[in-house]
Design a protein. Structure first.
Length: 114
């Protein structure tokens, strides 16, 4: 994960898990590896949908780089969301980075209302 990305909708493979004591608390830690391909059952379910809404990891990374990790409206780097320019409900694709943009929460909400 990168600084500034606090939600990452991808698939991960569990590599290792362990328990540590931190400040007198039992903490579970995990080592994960990013998996680009989807799990087979999920892939079957997703392929049956007419308009795929989930934005693939590769598209998210491409949009993040293109938009330089900032809201395209105001340049904010806080509370960012991936937003469809043409909504999935109107035929917009999640598979093309040209249809995805980074928006801060304020502009994302304004986009959904307006």
């Amino acid at each position: 994960m990168r600084s500034g990305i606090w939600v990452y909708n991808g698939f991960f493979r569990l590599i290792d898990a362990w328990r540590e004591e931190v400040n007198n608390r039992r903490v579970f830690k995990f080592k994960l590896e990013l998996v680009d391909e989807m799990i087979s059952d999920s892939q079957k379910l997703l392929s049956s949908l007419d308009h795929l809404r989930i934005i693939p990891t590769s598209v998210k990374l491409s949009v993040w780089r293109r938009d330089k990790g900032a809201c395209v409206m105001c340049g904010s780097k806080d509370n960012l969301h991936f937003d469809h320019i043409i909504p999935s409900s109107k035929g917009g694709s999640s598979l093309l980075s040209e249809n995805i943009q980074l928006l801060c929460a304020r502009h994302k909400l304004r986009n959904e209302i307006g």
